[in-house]
Design a protein around this ligand. Structure first.
Ligand SMILES: C[S@@+](CC[C@H](N)C(=O)[O-])C[C@H]1O[C@@H](n2cnc3c(N)ncnc32)[C@H](O)[C@@H]1O
Length: 267
């Protein structure tokens, strides 16, 4: 019992570290990306495993549901690691992120990769899905974005995705769905009173504390009269191996595949 409570001794440190994180989420994300020096395994980025292992776990689902003739929009693409890998599933991939610094980094890291481009846009803004891929429907890939948005912005994002997918496109999402409070979450990722893995400490200092996103959150953000849930299940979100002290760089997650109902109503 006492040892279970020990982890809560970290709470004052967490509060102190997160004190200076900008309250405006857009500002927070752009400052975070502006300060990133390195990406890939053992870099600064908490959710970057540096491998395509996680995407490979989604391969069969993506092949089953993504029409390969449609472009893919990677929403909240960050530094573009998944956007680049998604060129295996479509000749045209567009990574979109609210942070211009993320987009600049993604573009730089994608030099020489054919079929991928990037754009800075807040995908929760009114009509943000419009004009991204011209008049065609698109498949949408979302990894690790909904769980960093509040409920109102999750709903706004999903409404924009309806515009993007139209009748032929499909949404695939994979999100962190850790069941526990913030102290349990950071403890899972290796934080203790003695030390905090560097990528985790950077995220705590600069970003709003994330939530989790599972079936309940999905039902709220994607009402049944607007979306058909085609497939869902458990996923494993792979983070930076620097979090692996206790084999915990893997976070329980949730994936879902969705089609829009009556998509023209969203256009
Ligand atoms: C946890 S990161 C995941 C990045 C990327 N999907 C990956 O898995 O490597 C969340 C990303 O969502 C972006 N983001 C947050 N809010 C957004 C919004 N409203 N519109 C577009 N992108 C957003 C952030 O800038 C950040 O790059």
């Amino acid at each position: 019992m006492l040892s279970a409570l020990r982890k809560y001794l970290i709470l004052p440190k967490l509060i102190r570290l997160s004190w200076s994180a900008p309250k405006n989420r857009t500002v927070a994300w752009d400052r975070y990306w502006a300060g990133i020096a390195r990406t890939g395994a053992r870099s600064d980025v908490l959710w970057d495993s540096g491998t395509d292992h996680e995407l490979l776990a989604y391969r069969d689902v993506l092949r089953r549901h993504f029409d390969p003739s449609l472009p893919i929009v990677d929403v909240g693409c960050g530094h573009g690691a998944f956007s680049r890998a998604l060129t295996a599933y479509s000749p045209r991939v567009l990574g979109v992120d609210v942070s211009p610094h993320a987009v600049a980094r993604a573009s730089g890291e994608s030099a020489g990769v054919e079929g991928v481009s990037y754009l800075a846009r807040d995908m929760t803004g009114p009509g943000a899905g419009a004009g991204l891929v011209g008049s065609t429907d698109a498949n949408v890939f979302v990894r690790g974005v909904l769980h960093v948005l509040d409920a109102a912005n999750q709903a706004a994002l999903m409404e924009n995705l309806r515009q993007l997918v139209g009748a032929r496109g499909t949404v695939f999402l994979a999100e962190t769905n850790f069941q526990g409070n913030p102290v349990e979450y950071v403890s899972h990722l290796g934080a203790s009173l003695r030390s905090i893995p560097a990528p985790l400490e950077l995220a705590i200092r600069k970003l709003p504390m994330p939530g989790h996103f599972g079936p309940e959150e999905l039902a709220r953000a994607m009402p049944k009269d607007r979306w058909t849930l085609v497939e869902d299940g458990a996923a494993t979100i792979e983070t930076n191996p620097l979090m692996d002290a206790a084999g915990n760089s893997r976070v329980p997650g949730y994936f879902a595949v969705l089609k829009a109902k009556d998509p023209d109503a969203g256009r």
